[in-house]
Design a protein around this ligand. Structure first.
Ligand code: HEC
Length: 105
């Protein structure tokens, strides 16, 4: 196959796959009850997903910061913790953080 064809195939694959990945994470957010608090309107003091995404955008391309935020999200708090956060696996937390860093859509 010629390089141009390969590139074009890759671009088509990406264009078809990226929105699917994004909505899979949105479904995960629904599944895990994240949107009960982070939806619009948000519940109580919770920031909306859009606000979180805005806040997390600064970690783009910064692997250390992404890892730190993923770990921080699921940290256990004795008081005032969010059980939905603490129940996340390391994998899920990282997926959510990456999703938010990339705009949360
Ligand atoms: C019971 C309500 C509630 C639910 C459910 C909930 N959150 Fe939160 N979340 C909050 C509140 C309140 C804050 C702000 C205070 C804090 O950081 O603990 C927050 C903060 C966050 C933050 C920012 C934390 C940080 O480290 O700065 C992220 C990211 C987040 N939530 C993601 C999620 C995800 C992903 C889910 C689903 C698994 C979820 N939340 C479910 C209430 C909730």
């Amino acid at each position: 196959m010629k390089t141009a064809t390969l590139l074009r195939t890759g671009a088509v694959w990406l264009a078809a796959t990226l929105p699917l990945m994004a909505s899979a994470n949105m479904n995960l957010a629904l599944d895990k009850g994240c949107l009960n608090c982070h939806g619009t309107p948000p519940r109580g003091q919770a920031p909306t997903m859009a606000q979180l995404a805005q806040h997390f955008a600064s970690a783009q391309g910064n692997e250390a910061e992404i890892a730190r935020r993923s770990a921080h999200l699921r940290e256990h708090h004795l008081f005032g913790g969010v059980p939905a956060h603490e129940r996340l696996s390391a994998d899920e937390a990282e997926r959510f953080v990456r999703w938010l860093v990339d705009g949360g859509r």
